[in-house]
Design a protein around this ligand. Structure first.
Ligand SMILES: Cc1cc2nc3c(=O)[nH]c(=O)nc-3n(C[C@H](O)[C@H](O)[C@H](O)COP(=O)(O)OP(=O)(O)OC[C@H]3O[C@@H](n4cnc5c(N)ncnc54)[C@H](O)[C@@H]3O)c2cc1C
Length: 634
């Protein structure tokens, strides 16, 4: 009766699906990865880049959990940079320009060569459910595959509709069919399904671009790789270019707004778009006083002439797209290889999910990535690895579930926001979404998360030992810096060079290092105390960490105090059979809690519509319930 039987089926081989499938297979589950087109595994639908502020931290978190994204971009990237290097560590982040074809090819090779993992090129039309539990999937050719757990990562494919001006056609991405049936499964089972939209710019022929009219942007040397496990190496980095829109660009857009499927005479698109990554016409309408907008002209790979004009995403008709491009300095004669377009698609309300990303309606069914209303490869991959781990735990009949806290990871912040607040527009990560951003930095993702990667078998013992050794060394080194004193005649030349007040008497290195303008590597050049570590990469990681820990000690301590308060509520688990009707709070609050099924008191406190005053009352009743002093009302 089955065409194949698996522990875990992952629907979708985008950024979420790849991480989910790899995690499940590496945890020992027989796994199948279903995709519309096997040649488009890990396709970068839009910008050929990984990382950026907050997103780069997510990539490091995935790496620390034993995922693939960081390694994949390190092996296939063509330009690497640290953003906000001169700003505080909470907002610093790595970003890389990808060779999108090499990125895709390498990920496919990794998936093809992972034991327990099979690729199936078929469109999943339906999910089989029995007694509230997932049993398998049915595909467009009526094949049936059984599974204990199913992870859906369908991206923009659910009833995807593409728009170029008033021309509209079905598609999950340009030139790929939409998955038109799977959202009906969700609707049938009582999930809320709604529409969102996003868009992408034209792709240009680089041989027709005049780069002499643009500002050149080079990568950092040596290239700052993402993964903790990538060895330093030299690579040939390729520049990106910066140009700007002109008054002529703005005039063309304003004059043609009536031909836009969003603003025009026939409003074809109703889905809400990405506020922080708007189309060029959105920017002109919403910021009419801004004289020009950035256009970053980015290569799509080493062996292609195609360039991506970042910042010019549009759904205006093709003749207008041509005019817009030609009005930008350096692009006057640029030839368009692929047109820009907008896409509208179904997403499933993420408040139907537990923080494990399992649905509350159907056991063993998990959703991850853009289907949950997010946007971005990193956001998708971050959810993918969490869903993959939890699907594997479920399929292996383990009692444990994997939930990341807001104080542990950006991935934890994102999932907590999604499942508790839902989305009204495509959700993207920012540093401002994280309360404890000085604790969840890009540099210390291994400290925070490698223990989980190791526990679930996604990191080797050797990898985990490296992380433990690193942080033990950091601790010892900081203590040593508190003991070692430097004399003014030794340190003052360093202080003078840094523009810092000279010392009059000896002070500990620790005290000197607290000064923001003084760098640790400059101090180490003049003191006799050295760290005896041959591994250059490890040494650099340790020095960066020590510098941050010492300089930001006060702020870090304060955030740790806040985390203690946060954990007090977070550690109070709510029994899943708890009867909210016994709690003397408003009926609306009781309904909300019953519907949302929070796992902890902390999660209950973050739900919209739950008053802060109700939380201590709820705490008392949960305690009474656990002691058996109150019972289910019949
Ligand atoms: C036109 C466009 C523009 C975008 N612009 C931006 C942007 O500016 N900024 C940004 O951050 N993000 C942008 N994105 C979003 C970004 O591409 C996604 O956030 C990211 O790729 C989501 O990853 P995912 O794994 O959830 O889904 P995707 O990468 O979309 O992958 C979905 C996968 O699911 C498969 N699939 C779908 N349904 C089925 C089914 N029923 N059966 C089998 N396989 C199925 C597909 O074949 C595909 O492999 C854009 C996307 C598109 C399409």
């Amino acid at each position: 009766m089955w065409d194949g039987i698996y522990d875990v089926i992952v629907v979708g081989a985008g950024h979420a699906g790849c991480e989910a499938a790899l995690a499940a297979a590496r945890m020992g589950c027989k796994t199948a990865l279903f995709t519309v087109n096997v040649d488009k595994i890990a396709e970068m639908s839009c910008n050929p880049a990984i990382g950026g502020v907050a997103k780069g931290t997510v990539v490091r978190e995935i790496d620390a959990l034993g995922g693939e994204m960081a390694k994949n971009i390190d092996e296939t990237g063509i330009q690497f940079r640290i953003l906000n290097r001169r700003k505080g560590p909470a907002v610093r982040a790595p970003r890389a320009q990808a060779d999108k074809y090499a990125y895709r090819d390498r990920m496919r090779k990794i998936i093809e060569n992972t034991p327990n993992l099979e690729i199936v090129q078929q469109i999943v039309d339906d999910i089989i459910v029995e007694d509230g539990k997932v049993k398998g999937v049915v595909t467009h050719i009526n094949a049936r595959y059984g599974a204990k757990a199913v992870v859906v990562t369908a991206g923009t494919f659910l009833k995807g509709k593409i728009f170029i001006g008033f021309k509209e056609f079905e598609g999950g991405r340009m030139w790929e069919p939409a998955a038109n049936k799977l959202s009906n499964f969700y609707i049938r089972h009582g999930f809320k399904v709604a529409r969102l939209k996003t868009g992408t710019p034209v792709r240009l022929d680089g041989t027709t671009i005049d780069f002499s009219k643009m500002e050149r942007q080079d990568g950092d040397e040596p290239p700052p790789f993402f993964s903790y496990w990538t060895e330093p190496k030299e690579i040939e980095q390729i520049p990106c270019w910066l140009t700007y829109t002109t008054p002529e660009t703005h005039r063309i857009i304003k004059e043609n707004l009536h031909r836009s499927p969003m603003y025009g005479e026939c409003k074809l698109i109703s889905g809400v778009g990405v506020r922080y990554c708007p189309s060029i016409e959105d920017k002109i309408v919403k910021f009419p006083d801004k004289e020009r907008h950035h256009v970053f002209v980015e290569p799509e790979g080493r062996n292609t002439v195609e360039f991506y004009p970042n910042g010019t995403s549009t759904s205006l008709p093709f003749d207008v797209q041509e005019k817009i491009i030609r009005s930008i300095p350096g692009l006057e004669n640029a030839k368009i290889i692929r047109p820009a377009y907008a896409i509208e698609y179904d997403f499933v309300d993420p408040t139907h999910l537990y923080p494990t990303l399992e649905t509350k309606i159907i056991k063993g069914l998990f959703n991850a990535g853009q289907i949950n209303g997010t946007t971005g490869y990193e956001e998708a991959a971050g959810q993918g690895i969490v869903a993959g781990i939890n699907a594997a735990l479920y399929a292996l009949n383990k009692d444990e579930r994997f939930i990341l806290g807001r104080d542990e990871a950006y991935i934890g912040v994102m999932i907590d926001d999604l499942v508790n607040k839902g989305v009204r527009e495509p959700y993207r990560l920012f540093t401002s979404r994280a309360e404890y951003r000085l604790l969840i930095r890009y540099d210390n993702a291994d400290y925070r998360l490698a223990k989980y990667g190791y526990r679930f078998g996604l990191l080797t013992r050797e990898q985990y030992e490296r992380v433990k050794r690193k942080y033990e060394t950091i601790k010892v080194f900081i203590e040593k810096l508190k003991e070692v004193k430097v004399k003014p005649e030794v340190i003052n030349p360093v202080l003078e060079k840094a523009g810092s007040t000279p010392l009059k008497e000896s002070k500990t290195v620790y005290e000197v290092l607290k000064r923001p303008e003084v760098k640790l590597y400059e101090i180490l050049k003049v003191i006799s105390f050295k760290l005896d570590i041959e591994d250059r990469k490890l040494l650099e990681e340790i020095l960066e960490e020590v510098e941050i820990e010492v300089k930001y000690e006060g702020y870090i301590k304060r955030q740790l105090e806040d985390v203690k308060k946060f954990r007090k509520l977070e550690n109070v688990k709510i029994p899943q059979d708890f009867d909210y009707s016994i709690v003397p709070i408003s009926t609306e609050e009781k309904q909300k809690l019953k519907e949302m099924k929070p796992l902890t008191l902390g999660q209950a406190a973050r739900l919209e519509g739950i008053r802060p005053a109700s939380i201590p009352i709820l705490a008392i009743y949960i305690e009474k319930w656990k002691r058996g002093e109150v019972k289910l009302e019949s």
